[in-house]
Design a binder for this molecule. Structure first.
Ligand code: SF4
Length: 318
């Protein structure tokens, strides 16, 4: 039996290629791109992520999520100024391609790009954590390094808002992890807008918080965007696939599951914030950035990796 193409539910003229199960919509590529961009705009406006006269930094890794984010933001807010921020992590067989894709993307979009090269600026790469106690949890060290460096980059280019590519699946996955381990202080950090700890720090926003991961990939493909396809060699495949399996199973039974979970979680945040003790911040005595201890997590990791390499500590003062 020959399957007849279904017309797009929006325009009615082109053939539908994408089915959005939670919205029960069959869309053609053009209407899908429009649906995707409008959702970014709605999310930014609903959670008041930034004003249209703000200059916004966008953390770009070269992967599909941040690539789709930068392009989607440019489409949703064509008159705004965005600055792409990239950290070259120096991961062998991976970081070079990430940087190339980011350079190509920003060139195509005519967006300013600021790169922080870890090897050049600090003398080590993320691979060097293999020589430390972080060898089995490199992603944890890498996450701390990236969070700090994006603040440094934001300071260099003078942006007060930093948009990241966390998607709906990331947020719901981390939410599940933190919920089961009772990590309430990390749970509240998943909210769409994270206020700065100090006035000279950035406001962190997640414009893709309502966007499922697979739609970022589709958006990149339909928009013909350059993005890296290889996974980082340090990615923990087992943990990722376990979380994905749980989410996929529940989402198959209820296509709205992830969105419902996010909505209900957002209602819970103010209650959680009241209940948990707020961390007290001071200045890290090495780099001067806000820290809950005498030396911040970033400087502690830098110290470890540089010691392992027989180097001295050198970090940028806030
Ligand atoms: Fe860093 Fe881990 Fe991501 Fe690789 S997978 S870029 S090591 S956080």
């Amino acid at each position: 039996m020959i399957k007849m193409p279904i017309p797009c539910r929006r325009c009615g003229s082109a053939d539908a290629e994408v089915y959005i199960p939670y919205a029960r919509l069959s869309l053609c590529p053009e209407c899908f791109r429009d649906f995707y961009v409008k959702r970014i705009k709605r999310t930014v406006e609903e959670f008041r992520m930034f004003r249209t006269d703000d200059r916004v930094g966008v953390a770009v890794s070269g992967g599909k999520d941040s690539t789709a984010l930068l392009h989607g933001l440019k489409e949703a807010f064509p008159n705004m100024e965005f600055v792409a921020l990239h950290v070259d992590l120096g991961i062998e067989g991976y970081s070079e391609e990430c940087r190339e894709k980011v350079e190509k993307l920003t060139e195509v979009l005519d967006v300013e790009l600021e790169v922080y090269d870890l090897k050049e600026e600090l003398g080590f790469t993320i691979d060097d954590f293999k020589r430390t106690i972080y060898r089995r949890k490199i992603c944890s060290a890498c996450g701390t390094v990236k969070r700090h460096i994006f603040e440094v980059l934001a300071g260099r280019v003078g942006v007060k808002v930093l948009a990241t590519g966390h998607n709906l699946d990331d947020i719901v996955g981390v939410m599940l992890n933190n919920f089961f381990s009772g990590n309430w202080s990390q749970l509240v950090r998943l909210r769409p807008v994270l206020e700065p700890v100090e006035p000279n720090q950035t406001l962190k926003v997640k414009p893709l918080i309502t966007t499922p991961e697979d739609e970022n990939l589709l958006y990149c493909l339909y928009s013909d965007l350059p993005f890296r396809e290889e996974n980082c060699p340090h990615a923990h495949k087992e943990r990722i696939s376990r979380n994905r399996e749980i989410l996929e199973f529940l989402s198959k039974r209820n296509p709205n599951f992830r969105h419902q979970m996010l909505r209900n979680f957002l209602k819970l945040i103010p209650i959680l914030e009241e209940a948990i003790e707020k961390p007290k911040y001071r200045r890290c005595r090495i780099c001067g950035y806000p820290s809950s201890s005498d030396v911040c997590a970033f400087c502690r990791r830098v110290e470890l990796v540089r010691k392992a390499k027989g180097m001295n500590i050198k970090t940028e003062k806030a």
